[in-house]
Design a protein around this ligand. Sequence first.
Ligand SMILES: CC(C)C[C@H](N)C(=O)NCC(=O)O
Length: 491
Amino acid sequence: MNSISLVCFLLWTGASSFKFEELTQYVNTHEEEFIETLRKWVAVESDSSDVAKRPDLHRMMDMTAEKLRLIGGTVQMIDVGTQASPNGSTIALPKVVTAQFGSDPSKRTVCVYGHVDVQPAKKEDGWATEPYELTDIDGNLYGRGASDNKAPVLAWIHTVEVYKALNIELPVNVKFIIEGMEETGSNGLDEMIEDQKDIFFSDVDYIIISDCVWLSKRPALTYGTRGNCYFFAQVEGPKKDLHSGVYGGTVIEPMTDLIGILDKLISPSGEILIPGIREAVAHLSDEEWKMYQDIEFDMESYKKDIGMDKLMYSNKVDLLAHRWRHPTVSIHGIEGAFSSTGTKTVIPAKVIAKFSIRQVPKMDPATVEKQVTEYLRSVFAKRKSPNKLNVTMVIGAKPWLADPTHPLFEAGKAAVKRVFGTEPDLIREGGTIPIARTFQDVTGKSIIMLPIGGFDDGLHSQNEKISRYNYIEGTKLFIAYLNEVSQIKKY
Ligand SMILES: CC(C)C[C@H](N)C(=O)NCC(=O)O
């Protein structure tokens, strides 16, 4: 190659201007500072499911906005309305934080989505450390929300911060949209995205989401998520709780009815019994089968991580397919049921089961709602019970699926290669990011999920964590990714 073509090549690849070493060196020297910020964020009990914690959640949104402002972003806090609280009053939803860094029309514009609300956590649930005190044990940073999704959001903010601190021009314009209700179905966000379609999103090329985890120790790029239809099934009987010795044997108990109908949702071998649900599942193509077969996934470490000797399926392809592309029913709990320690002998008067169905492409929440409601009513009717059943769907989040051959994924592969020296796995996610599908349908923009969390981070579980390694190397991955995206040619 002569010198002129070498210069052209360097310009084309961006290699001449990308100061990767300098940028990542800054990350290395600021590791402790980045962890301190995570510590402050984890300390905020931003549990979106508990209205009593709403002031903390508002504070978390303010802290997020402040952090983005401090590094020079044009920040807005968008009011997305109110929600009904359990006591019947209305309560303000947390504002959605948006930020913008750069508006150069000659550059690509990416929008990073994330959330800073968390699932509930109490030490007595079985945590080894205080859930809201970030605790470093052997290089793992334990705390509620550490991996889901505070560290990834911070890693993205730090990515911009590093460029700013070193006075290096960002290769793309970067926008942020950070919400505080993801864990309860992204309330208010769909409407906001509709409203902002031709405003905030008008110049956005791509949407990046880092709210998921790798499948193994190998980095991954995610091209699909399952949706989630969440139901309440309430059975109501006597007007008050009853003594089981005095009244037992004379009343048809709401809890017995409820357990009876719940048992008809899914068979012991995982077969969903609700008519119409299984029929909607797409056939696993030979191509997909081959893709799954090549994915790095160790069944033994999976079992060890969750503490199970036997799983529903004994081969990798079936297991992955049922984790990602088949629906499933999970029963989460029963409100009104006795659940403390001890031996209370009560017949609860009213019980509400909480269960959800993870759904896959071709399943529509409105159809699932009808199928589930009609089925449970018919199962309940057969019991000829005098009790009253009421079924409601409280979350209807759609699944999302992208084309893994899109240049966004090629850019992801190149960035992973640069930072981790390996090829990523192309994976799907069994969990749900409710807003992913809305982004796709409303804005028409392409989306990639670029996870940095580890496969064993324990999202929603006791002892959630992110490793220092994933947090810090993940930040470098984002730095490398922005550079790769800047080079994607317009179609
Ligand atoms: C692994 C999930 C996609 C992570 C996400 N933050 C989440 O927990 N979503 C809600 C859900 O129930 O899947």
